[in-house]
Write a protein that binds this ligand. Sequence first.
Ligand code: ZN
Length: 134
Amino acid sequence: MTNDLTGMDELYRDFILDHYRNPRNAGKLEAPDATFEDNNPLCGDKIRMDIKLRDGVVDDIKFSGRGCAISQASASLLTESVKGKSLAEVARIGKEDVLENLGIAISAARLKCALLGLKVLKQALAIYKPSEDL
Ligand code: ZN
């Protein structure tokens, strides 16, 4: 645990730590339609996302990785928010949405941590080739 969470509003700190300790949608999917893995060398964070798509909608998503609380909590929150969303809706998710979901002020040094999950998700979907035109 780093010191970055000290001095933070306790409620938000608990919220982040809860996602860090009990990540939602943690794990891997068998035969995912889209998958990608990336890391943040500045901090040592690593995240992989596995996505199952059905009719252009995120049917299931799981993530695995390791790293700081912010990177893992952010990925956990992101998987929760994209489940059931269409690819078009996921494509509209921006950095601001991710930061807003976290609910805390992220320092510039921690931006890459907070946004790693989104980056991995977008990359996974960018290289995903649907078997039929949607
Ligand atoms: Zn980090």
